[in-house]
Design a protein. Structure first.
Lengths: 243, 401
């Protein structure tokens, strides 16, 4: 299976499978229905762009896909595991071993060097310090931040922070990389750099990528575009061609 | 995993120098305040206790007039005379020594030196009741006492002031018109209750009466009771005897008073114990305040760090790993602060006790209590908010600002 041939109706084992997933925040009159029944299958190696207006449920869906949150109803299977049914700790272990998350607001540790930020997921994997450091350096080099290892988030630009966040998400060689508007804070030149980087990670390392974006330009890098509207999947098509 | 948590914790401590030092400062102040107060209080108590023991135990002081409060005797009552002294020593058994004392403030002059001191006219018994030891020289002889010879014994302070390093034995000092030959110098006792006990000159009672006061009055009788005998019994016996001698009718009040130094000692001891308890209470309050300081910093820092906790959880940390990290941080900070506080307290109390001239008596118990309390506060208030944060959904923790 190559990087771009996955599709909504791909046969074979799905890496990620949402079936009738809903998410409701609050209860009674104040209840907010963020997701109203999402069905989505993503196969290993795909590069999927998730689009939709604000409030359409993209981010909620990403949080569920990232095992950070659980569906109110419906099932989310990741690698065949029903994520909604396992314990907090087991979800943490799924995140630790298989997922990389690039947050919208970077979510890097303040006053902590780029290198240490990137090392952090490896610390929780129990990797020895020397190997950890070497891997983190390598990850920073891969995102073009060689020489910036000692700088803290306060000393880095938005694009650099985004790249540190990507390095942190990829240093563990995750199976799935989830990125919530990875280019949201960047100018177009920087955005293209980031997208090239993600494309490379997808093609060269076979990392499955799920990316939320507002911009069609960015979605164009993906092999498949899923559109959300009002908590439902509005459309799901291979890039450029109607499904 | 523990080592990992330790490394992470040390890293966080180093990374947030300000927050860490504030936490440590809170603990340092809490621990140090308690230890200093209790140590200095203990030193003062020990000092007072030793002062009291210097006054002489088993000592009764009989003075004419009724004592009203801790001042001097009220005037009006007749002074004692030698017959009273003789009667006391004759009639009452179980007394080790009975010393009559008459005294006056006078200038002692030797060569060009001049020193204002208290001159006591007394007998050799005074050396026994006051537990004085002769440093050099000898006691009064019987004939000197009987015939009222012009001889004197100097307290160490008077010797120092008038003669410096010279040997005063055989020299003379002048008290008014009386030239006295120095026959002895007493060993120094130092001061007690802020009074220099060595600032005095002793001369035979008869010499004092004839050459200085010009009357037979005895203003004070010191009585030391034999060891193992009851001072209360002796006090009652003296009271009965003196009432009889001074013809005080039944129902009338004594026109003299008998002070038991043991009673004074226990009163003073009680006062010091109260003071120490007060210091302890103040210390407990400062420990509490220190504890609240630690609590605040811990609570604020954990709230501040909720996002950090969210990040760690999101990238795959387990709840218990995050907790362990915070626990180790709190333990390391608290123990560091505690040890620093102990060091500070020991240094400061050593200095303070020296400045106050009281003995330095470190109290291990309070050191342990202060340390454990502060450390416990630090750990508890570092741990529980962290646990609350670590139990949040990572998403909620991440949204926290």
């Amino acid at each position: 299976m190559t990087a771009v041939n996955g599709s909504a109706d791909a046969v074979g084992p799905a890496l990620v499978e949402l079936a009738g997933v809903t998410k409701v925040y609050g209860s009674g009159h104040a209840a907010v229905h963020a997701l109203r029944g999402i069905d989505l299958r993503v196969a290993a190696g795909e590069f999927v762009a998730v689009m939709g207006p604000s409030g359409s449920g993209k981010s909620t869906c990403m949080n569920i896909l990232g095992c950070l949150d659980t569906p109110t109803s419906g099932t989310f299977r990741f690698r065949g595991v029903d994520v909604g049914a396992v314990t907090r700790n087991q979800r943490a272990l799924l995140r630790r071993h298989y997922l990389g998350f690039v947050f919208q607001g970077f979510n890097l540790l303040n006053r902590t060097s780029a290198l240490e930020n990137v090392e952090l997921p490896l610390v929780y994997r129990g990797m020895p310090a020397a190997e950890r450091r070497a891997r983190a350096r390598e990850a920073l080099r891969a995102v073009g931040l060689e020489g910036w290892e000692r700088h803290t988030p306060g000393e880095l630009s938005g694009g650099q922070l985004q790249r540190v966040a990507i390095a942190r998400a990829t240093v563990t060689q995750p199976e799935v990389l989830l990125a919530d508007e990875p280019t949201g804070n960047l100018d177009s030149a920087r955005s293209c750099e980031i997208m090239d980087l993600l494309t490379r990670l997808n093609r060269e390392r076979g990392i499955t990528i799920l990316m939320v974006t507002h911009e069609a330009d960015m979605a164009a890098y993906a092999g498949r575009v899923v559109r959300f509207l009002d908590g439902l999947v509005e459309s799901d098509e291979l890039n450029g061609r109607p499904n | 995993m523990l080592w990992n948590a330790f490394v992470l914790a040390l890293r966080e401590i180093r990374r947030n120098v300000l927050r860490s030092s504030l936490t440590i400062l809170g603990i340092v102040i809490g621990v140090a305040a308690v230890i200093i107060m209790v140590t200095v209080g203990g030193g003062v108590t020990a000092q007072v206790t030793s002062d009291i023991s210097k006054l002489g135990s088993n000592l009764l002081i009989v003075t004419p007039g009724q004592r009203r409060g801790p001042g001097g005797a009220s005037g009006g009552a007749d002074a004692f005379d030698m017959a009273d002294v003789a009667a006391i020593s004759r009639e009452i058994s179980s007394l080790a020594a009975v010393a009559p004392v008459a005294s006056q403030m006078l200038s002692a002059i030797a060569g060009n030196e001049n020193w204002s001191t208290t001159v006591y006219g007394t007998t050799n018994e005074y050396l026994d009741t006051g537990e004085w030891r002769i440093g050099s020289g000898r006691r009064f002889t019987e004939s000197e006492l009987r015939s009222g010879k012009a001889v004197c014994i100097l307290g160490a302070t008077v010797r120092d002031e008038l003669f410096g390093a010279q040997d005063p034995l055989g020299a003379t000092i002048r008290l008014r018109k009386l030239s006295c030959k120095i026959i002895a110098v007493l060993e120094a006792k130092g001061s007690s209750m802020g009074m220099d006990r060595d600032d005095m000159v002793l001369i035979p009672l008869r010499t004092f009466q004839r050459r200085i006061s010009g009357n037979e009055d005895i203003r004070l009788i010191e009585v030391s009771v034999e060891e193992d005998s009851s001072t209360e019994k002796a006090q009652r016996a003296i009271e009965l005897l003196m009432r009889e001698r001074r013809r005080i009718g039944a129902g009338e009040e004594d026109d003299f008073s008998i002070m038991d130094m043991k009673e004074v000692a226990s009163t003073l001891g009680g006062v010091t114990r109260t003071l120490t308890a007060l210091l302890g209470a103040v210390a407990a309050v400062s420990l509490l305040v220190g504890g609240i300081g630690i609590m605040n910093i811990m609570l604020v820092s954990v709230t501040e760090r909720t996002r950090e906790i969210g990040i760690r959880l999101a990238i795959g940390a387990l709840e218990r790993e995050v907790l362990l990290q915070f626990l180790v941080e709190a333990v390391v900070l608290s123990s560091f602060g505690g040890l620093f506080g102990i060091a500070l307290a020991v240094g400061t109390s050593a200095g303070l006790t020296r400045a106050l001239d009281v003995p330095f008596v470190p109290d291990l118990g309070i050191v342990v209590i202060a340390f454990v309390f502060s450390a416990a506060v630090g750990v508890v208030f570092g741990f529980f908010p962290a646990r609350r944060a670590a139990r949040l959904d990572p998403i909620d923790a991440l949204r926290h600002e």
